[in-house]
Design a protein around this ligand. Structure first.
Ligand SMILES: [Zn+2]
Length: 273
């Protein structure tokens, strides 16, 4: 799904582009190079590659797999995508070790405990090829991404700023969502103090597009969503969070329903008689 001249959405639960446990996965078209931003959990790789092809790109042309943070819902598909495309995996330097050794991963442990993964799903660790830090720039063909370390959701969370034909965009991972909602969750590594320290880095970016890791993306007035989050962080009541109200991955019943047959039993084909 093309959302700006050089950005396509190629994976997503909420837009039903790939597996119900996938985050938003974006394809960035730099001409001579292509980047995927996040990969989903790993169960939607076939769908993601089909969406890349449907957008008119050869999957083997993907050169970069950029990971916003070390939660497996964002990088679980990276190893298979690397094997099938030849791309290099780029991860935040503060998160690469957690991706490479998942034995103590608190998020995976909790999702297994609450039965959120489909039967038979085995989380597999992933070794990144390259790492990046706050302030680094990564060139993807004609496009350039600026890495902005924004801890809070996790200690390694990174926003990625770029410009597409004069429109300023920001991939936010799970840091910030539509309406300025934050990715605060009850999980080790998540910190409101870190949010207060790092989110001001996103002030005054003049954003048009806000491209989060789940849910609705925004094509204009993106900066206003950041500004709203910053204003909320200046107050002493808890800021609004995204996951509690907008993310169905917590619901086993929802995931069972979504992972079942594509069409409900007895449904008439559209236009059929
Ligand atoms: Zn996350």
């Amino acid at each position: 799904m093309k959302i700006s001249p050089h950005v396509h959405l190629v994976g997503s639960e909420q837009f039903a582009l790939s597996h119900p446990l996938d985050c938003n996965c974006y394809l960035l078209d730099g001409g001579s190079a292509l980047a995927l931003v996040d990969t989903g959990l790993g169960l939607g790789v076939d769908d993601i590659l089909a969406n890349v092809a449907a957008a008119g790109f050869r999957p083997e042309s993907i050169t970069h797999i950029l990971i916003t943070h070390a939660h497996i819902g964002h990088w679980g598909g990276a190893s298979e995508l690397r094997a099938r495309t030849g791309a290099r995996i780029w991860a935040p330097s503060a998160g690469a070790a957690a991706m490479a050794d998942i034995r103590d991963d608190p998020g995976i442990r909790i999702n297994l405990k609450f039965g959120r993964y489909p039967a038979g799903f085995q989380p597999v660790a992933c070794e990144a090829d390259r790492t990046f830090r706050d302030g680094d720039r990564i060139t993807v063909g004609a496009l350039e991404l600026s890495m902005i370390g924004t801890a809070g959701h996790t200690w390694d969370s990174t926003c990625m700023a770029f410009e597409d034909e004069g429109r300023r965009g920001l991939f936010t991972g799970d840091v910030l969502f539509y309406g300025g909602r934050l990715g605060l969750i009850n999980l080790q590594g998540c910190s409101l103090d870190d949010y207060r320290r790092d989110l001001p880095k996103l002030a005054n970016l003049g954003l048009d597009m806000l491209l989060p890791g789940h849910g609705v993306f925004v094509l204009r007035r993106g900066q206003k969503h950041v500004d709203r989050a910053l204003a909320k962080l200046g107050d002493f009541v808890m800021p609004e969070t995204f996951f509690e109200e907008n993310e169905f991955m917590w619901s086993r019943e929802y995931l069972r329903m979504m992972s079942g047959p594509e069409r409900s039993a007895g449904a008439e084909p559209v236009g059929g008689r």
